[in-house]
Write a protein that binds this ligand. Structure first.
Ligand code: ADP
Ligand code: MG
Length: 394
């Protein structure tokens, strides 16, 4: 990686402020329902512990809209981190102010302090320089390791870097290393699997893929916009009418550039979106007027599997159907199985795609699951992420 990383600085005996992604999912009683993001932060935390640093962690959680809302407190995360790491984790009820300064001052090498949700202050999202300076004032070094927010320029990930020697942490380093395998010089054949809700969310990604990929396999709700562009009727399926011309243009560009853009041959349809609803598979040229398309069909799964398996690089963004409902999960599951069976480099980017691969039990059979939905989408679309750009080059 061309940015300065943790291995490039001396941290022994220093107070190290880390922007981490502890934006964990909570249930209605503020219980943490998934530890993935906490575990993803451990390589950086453990390295700092082993190298005699005093560790100050900061993060946002949810969308408290610049106000102190106890339901968005990071205190449960301090408890969970302590259980996972087997070490005391100090917690303070704000991220700036006297209590924070005192706690940071008292913190010794090998100890961990977690600050309260940075988004309790409206200055965080505004990237207010005074607020950033306050955050920076308690430390000697800054480490950005919050990949999930790297596409946002906020005070705790971009602003602070103006005031302290700054590097990226091991999570960001790993994310970029894998995403670059797809973005820079992908080993060929390079196959992209694209699904999810909207074409409009992913146009920049598709443009980028048209430059690099050998095959693009389309599924998810976005397939119906493409099918309409080809003149098929799509019944009550989700279609972005205003993106039909864009879909046509994408198909033409693919032809020009020699990229194989595949649309499904068959689709699962149902009259209603609910568990247990009656459903069946139809060819894409025979979608009934009163039905909704909710998944790719078995013929499409077979066809896509043949393309995925021998690929040397696979990137997957967006589920193939409404996989949250059992009846419409088979397409996504089938594609997850194919990706798991591929011996090339396989990368999952996108929050819901990551949830799908976990749900179907193939998470340990892929090369990399990105922890940042929006951030990985933007990075793979060829955009610069402000949280990384702000870190000096090596
Ligand atoms: P990711 O988070 O992986 O980038 P998206 O957010 O773009 O993916 O899309 C995920 C959502 O797309 C899922 O919640 C899924 O239910 C929905 N989806 C997939 N196919 C369909 C469909 N045919 N109709 C409606 N929603 C769909
Ligand atoms: Mg999503």
């Amino acid at each position: 990686m061309h940015k300065k990383t943790l291995s490039d600085i001396d941290i022994s005996g220093k107070k190290v402020l880390i922007r981490i992604d502890f934006n964990v999912p909570l249930d209605e009683h503020q219980n943490i329902t998934d530890n993935t993001r906490i575990k993803a932060a451990l390589p950086t935390i453990n390295y700092l512990l082993e190298n005699n640093a005093a560790i100050i962690l900061m993060s946002h959680l949810g969308r408290p809209k610049g106000e102190l809302k106890s339901t968005f407190s990071l205190e449960p995360v301090a408890k969970r981190l302590k259980e996972i790491i087997g070490k005391k984790v100090y917690f303070v009820h704000d991220c700036i102010g006297d209590e924070v300064k005192q706690a940071a001052k008292n913190l010794k090498p090998g100890e961990i302090l977690l600050l309260e949700n940075t988004r309790f202050h409206p200055e965080e999202k505004k990237n207010d320089p005074e607020f950033a300076k306050e955050l920076a004032s308690i430390a000697d070094v800054f480490v950005n390791d919050a990949f999930g927010t790297a596409h946002r320029a906020h005070a705790s990930n971009v602003g602070v870097a103006e005031y302290l020697p700054s590097v990226v942490g091991f999570l960001i380093e790993k994310e970029i290393e894998f995403l670059d395998k797809a973005l820079l010089n992908p080993e060929k054949p390079y196959t992209a699997i694209l699904g999810g809700v909207k074409v409009s969310d992913k146009i920049d990604l598709i443009e980028q893929l048209l430059e690099k990929a050998d095959s693009i396999l389309v599924g998810g709700a976005m397939m119906y916009t493409f099918l309409r562009a080809q003149g098929y009727s799509t019944g009550k399926s989700l279609v972005e009418e205003d993106k039909i011309p864009a879909a046509l243009e994408i198909m033409e560009k693919a032809k020009e550039k020699g990229v194989n853009l595949y649309l499904p041959e068959d689709t699962v349809v149902a009259k209603e979106i609910k568990e247990g609803a009656e459903f069946h598979s139809v060819p894409v040229d025979a979608i009934p007027n009163d039905m909704i398309g909710l998944d790719i069909g078995i013929l499409t799964v077979r066809k896509y599997t043949e393309i995925i398996k021998p690929s040397k690089t696979v990137i997957w963004n967006g589920p193939m159907g409404m996989f949250e409902i059992g009846s419409f999960s088979h397409g996504t599951k089938g594609i997850a199985r194919a990706v798991a069976a591929c011996s090339g480099i396989t990368i999952i980017g996108g929050g819901d795609s990551a949830a799908a691969i976990e749900k179907f039990g193939f998470a340990d059979k892929v090369s990399h699951i990105s922890t940042g939905g929006g951030a990985s989408l933007e990075y793979l679309s060829g955009k610069k992420l402000p949280g990384i750009s702000v870190i000096p080059d090596k």
